[in-house]
Design a protein around this ligand. Structure first.
Ligand code: PLP
Ligand code: ZN
Length: 404
């Protein structure tokens, strides 16, 4: 761990580690559930220490971690594979295309990275209850990491979450409260719960260490490419915290003097859940009133990290795209059929965005690495692709019934 302070992303005030917990006390006064978070806190390290101590021959990632190793939960998270996908790359005109398969985390999604760090923080603080609202994956991630410790998880989740995710969180032993309502309503309820009844709130971006946890995916991409900054990273976007975390990874590396430019961050949203996309395009924020996408993990009316996500896109000279559910399910099948990686619809949205970009006038033409982040495992929601899959009828177990 490297010493750090918290800095408010909006007003720039800085705070000592234990002076604040969630939002900037000043800017946070203006926050009400139902609007994007204001006063999100950013971890600012002593970058001189990191620059001095970091050794590429023997990387110590704890230098970039804001919680001491002794508190880390005993469930290994992250270090997921990054592999080149030449068949797909050839089709898309990208000779160095890579997929990072974060579906291979313990609970099957990138969310484990954020839960890992918030659980570590709860252990440091001696707290025994963590509360979260989730579309599904953040909850199953929190439940999994808590299961490896003696901390309890209390979860508010829309009753419509995919079955596999609900099964996971119950099986891991969390207290699960399905909500007759949306993810946004579950988010507001969980804030009220921790304010009035206690527990550490793990809501995405509300707890600043969720961003630091998700950051580790970006650090790994840099290391796995042989300490190279890719040209671009495609990522699906719901609340915009994975996007914010990727940005923070490369900002940390740059501040430590280890890299000299940022990768272009390419955020992909579902057409009906496009608040961040429109915010980037117009500079004015408004909700996505009726998100109906099958990609449940990126279905959100009011993205909590809308402001941070927009900054990440602008500062990295990236862009945002929207895709339809048909394009998402098509990309899911393409990824599975060309690479062997089965990702849930939200994970496939990133590829759907790349496919769309490559079909248009602003296509990428580069031989530098381009990375697709596959954020969740396909087995988390088999109902979504089932409509497009024809499972052949059964035949008698004799050779004559098998086409040659
Ligand atoms: C949460 C999630 C996302 C989106 O992450 P945000 O931080 O909400 O933008 C994308 N894919 C999967 C599988 C997720 O679980
Ligand atoms: Zn502030």
């Amino acid at each position: 761990m490297t010493p750090f302070t918290y800095r408010c992303a909006d007003c720039g005030r800085t705070y000592a580690r234990d002076e604040v917990r969630y939002l900037c006390p000043e800017c946070g006064k203006g926050y009400r559930p139902g609007m994007p978070l204001v006063g999100v806190l950013e971890v600012v390290f002593d970058y001189g220490v990191i620059g001095q101590a970091f050794d590429r021959a023997k990387p110590d990632w704890n230098l970039f971690c804001p919680v001491e190793k002794e508190f880390h939960p005993p469930l290994p998270v992250g270090n997921t594979p990054l592999g080149r996908v030449d068949r797909l790359g050839a089709e898309l005109g990208l000779p160095s295309l890579w997929v990072k398969n974060d579906g291979l985390n313990p609970s099957g999604s990138l969310k484990d990275r954020a839960s890992f760090l918030v659980v570590a923080e709860a252990r440091r603080l001696g707290m025994d209850l963590i509360v979260a609202a989730s579309t599904g994956n953040a909850a199953s991630a929190l439940a999994a990491v808590c299961a490896a410790t003696d901390i309890r998880a209390l979860i508010f989740v829309p009753e419509t979450a995919p079955k596999a995710k609900l099964v996971q969180m119950v099986l891991y032993g969390a207290t699960v409260v399905p909500i007759k309502g949306t993810y946004d309503e579950a988010f507001a309820l969980s804030l009220e719960y921790t304010a009035k009844r206690g527990g550490l709130n793990r809501n995405t971006a509300y707890h600043p260490l969720t961003i630091e946890g998700k950051k580790t995916a970006g650090l790994e991409i840099w290391a796995q490419l042989g300490f190279r900054v890719p040209e671009a990273i495609f990522v699906s976007v719901g609340d915009g915290v994975i996007l914010g975390g990727l940005h923070k990874a490369f900002v940390d590396l740059q501040r430590a003097g280890l890299i000299h430019r940022l990768p272009r961050l390419m955020g992909v949203q579902a057409e009906t859940s496009d608040a961040i996309h429109r915010y980037v395009e117009t500079g004015r924020y408004s909700d996505a009133p009726h998100p109906t996408t099958r990609a449940d993990s990126i279905s959100v009316t009011c993205p909590s990290n809308a402001h941070g996500a927009r900054r990440a896109i602008v500062e990295s000279q990236g862009l945002t795209l929207t895709v339809t559910d048909d394009e998402i399910l098509e990309a899911q099948a393409t990824l599975a059929g060309r690479t062997g990686i089965f990702t849930e619809p939200a994970g496939a949205a990133a590829l759907a965005g790349l496919v769309k970009l490559q079909a248009g006038p602003h296509r990428l033409a580069t031989s530098d690495p381009v990375v697709i982040l596959a954020t969740g495992h396909g087995l988390k929601d088999v109902d979504a692709p089932l409509s497009r899959v024809r499972i052949p009828p059964a035949v008698a177990p004799v050779l004559d019934s098998v086409a040659p």
